[in-house]
Ligand binder design. Structure first.
Ligand code: DAH
Length: 386
C-alpha cells in the first residue's frame, strides 16, 4: 500500500512525532525503490528521469504533494491547543524533505549514468578519500616456527591435537608417571591455581608445565595406531631473562603402534632435524631421564654455527660452548606404566614420544639472542619475519 497522509485525531506531541517518523519511513522506502530502478538496464534514461520526476511531485508538488497535504491535514485541522506542536511537526517534515529530495536526485542521476561495472567500482572506490596505507602483518616468528615443525610431521602422516592450558594434576603429572611427592615434579617449576586444597590432589588445577598431558588426552580418546603432534603454550615459574620466559611453547609428539622401536624414534627425529636445520645436520641421542619414557634421551644436533667443529673464527664456538653439539629436545620410549593409565595393553603396543621447545628452535634458526624479544611486541623486531 502506498503511503497516504493520515488524518489525525490526537495532536499531542508524541502522536505527531509518531506520524512524522512513519512518513519518513515511507519516504525512505520509496526513495530506495526509485534508486533501485535507476540501476535497471530495462528502463531508458528518459523513463528513469520520469520516474524521479513522479517521485518528487508525489512528495513536494505545490498543489497536492504530500508536504502540502501534511500542512492541510495536520496544521489546518489542528485544534487551537494543538496548533503549536502541529506547526513544528509540519515544518520538520518540510525541512527534512527539502534536504532529502535533492540528495535522492543526485544519487539517482549517478546511478542512471553508470554501467553496472562502473557502479560496483564506484561503490568500492571513492577516489576523493585520502589513501589508507595498509601495513602488512607478519606471522610471529614463534608461530611461524611452530607451523614449520608441525608441517614436517604432517608430511610424515601425523595429525594435530590440542589440549587445555589450565590442566589438572592428573594429566600434567600423575598419568605421566610422576607419582605424588615424586622429586621429578620439582624439575617443572609449576604455577598452581589458588584455592584448590579442598579437592583431591588429582583434580587440582595448575598451568600446564609441558604439552605432555595432551599425550594422555589423545590416548584416552584414540586407539592405536596413534601418530600426533601437539603444539601449544606452556607455563613455568621462571624469572624472565635472555634464555627463560614464564610462558613459552612446546610441540609434543607421540607415536604408538605395534612394534615401534627406538630405531623408529631415531629415524624420525633425525629426519625432522634435517628438515628443520638442513640436511648436513647430524643428531646424537644422549641418555637422560623423564618419568613417562623409558629409556629416555636428550637429542643433540651438530652445532649449526661452527658445523660441529667446536671452533669458529679461530676461537672456541660460543654457541655450543666448544662442544660441537647443541641440546635441543627430550624423547624416549613411552613407559609401560603410562599405558596403564589409558587402558592400552603394554604387551601389545609400544611407542615413542618427544617434546621440544619452539622458542629454542626459533632462536637457533633465526639467530635471535634474547627470548624476551619474542614477547616484547616490538614491531621493529617482528617485521623482520614478514
Ligand atoms: N615434557 C618434557 C619437558 O617439558 C619434554 C619431553 C621429554 C617430552 C621427553 C616428551 C618426552 O614427550 O618423551 O621437559
Amino acid at each position: 500500500m502506498p503511503y497516504t497522509v493520515p488524518k489525525l485525531t490526537d495532536f499531542s506531541e508524541s502522536a505527531l512525532e509518531l506520524a512524522v517518523t512513519e512518513l519518513q519511513r515511507a519516504f525512505t522506502e520509496e526513495a530506495n525503490a526509485v534508486l533501485e530502478q535507476s540501476k535497471s538496464p530495462r528502463l531508458s534514461l528518459v523513463q528513469k528521469g520520469n520516474l524521479f520526476e513522479e517521485f518528487r511531485n508525489r512528495w513536494q508538488a505545490r498543489k497536492s504533494g504530500i508536504a502540502t497535504q501534511v500542512n492541510d491535514l495536520w496544521l489546518r485541522e489542528a485544534p487551537r491547543e494543538g496548533k503549536r506542536a502541529a506547526g513544528q511537526a509540519v515544518n520538520k517534515v518540510r525541512w527534512w524533505l527539502e534536504g532529502q529530495v535533492p540528495e535522492i536526485e543526485r544519487n539517482a542521476m549517478v546511478l542512471r549514468s553508470q554501467t553496472p561495472a562502473q557502479r560496483t567500482r564506484e561503490e568500492r572506490l571513492d577516489i576523493t578519500l585520502p589513501g589508507i596505507r595498509r601495513v602488512i602483518g607478519a606471522e610471529h616468528p614463534v608461530i611461524k616456527t611452530m607451523n614449520e615443525i608441525v608441517a614436517v610431521f604432517r608430511n610424515l602422516g601425523y595429525s594435530v591435537e590440542e589440549g587445555p592450558e589450565v590442566e589438572t594434576d592428573y594429566y600434567n603429572f600423575e598419568a605421566l608417571n610422576f607419582p605424588p611427592n615424586h622429586p621429578a615434579r620439582d624439575t617443572q617449576d609449576t604455577l598452581f591455581i589458588v584455592g584448590q586444597e579442598a579437592k583431591p590432589l588429582r583434580d587440582r588445577l595448575l598451568l600446564r608445565t609441558h604439552t605432555s598431558p595432551v599425550q594422555i588426552r589423545t590416548m584416552e580418546k584414540m586407539k592405536p595406531p596413534v601418530r600426533v603432534v601437539c603444539p601449544g603454550k606452556v607455563h613455568r615459574n621462571d624469572a624472565p631473562d635472555a634464555t627463560h620466559s614464564p610462558i613459552f611453547h612446546q610441540i609434543e609428539g607421540l607415536a604408538v603402534d605395534t612394534n615401534i622401536t627406538f630405531c623408529d624414534l631415531k629415524g624420525t627425529l633425525d629426519h625432522a632435524m634435517k628438515a628443520l636445520f638442513g640436511s648436513s645436520v647430524k643428531t646424537r641421542f644422549y641418555p637422560s631421564f623423564f618419568p613417562f619414557t623409558e629409556p629416555s634421551a636428550d637429542v643433540q644436533i651438530s652445532c649449526i654455527f661452527c658445523g660441529g667443529k667446536g671452533t669458529r673464527d679461530g676461537g672456541p664456538c660460543r654457541n655450543c660452548k666448544a662442544s660441537g653439539w647443541i641440546e635441543l629436545l627430550g624423547c624416549g620410549m613411552v613407559d609401560p606404566n603410562v599405558y596403564g593409565f589409558v587402558d592400552y595393553d603394554p604387551a601389545k603396543v609400544s611407542g615413542f614420544a618427544f617434546g621440544m621447545g619452539v622458542e629454542r628452535i626459533a632462536i637457533l634458526k633465526y639467530g635471535v639472542d634474547d627470548i624476551q624479544l619474542f614477547f616484547n611486541g616490538d614491531v621493529r623486531f617482528l617485521e623482520q619475519f614478514g
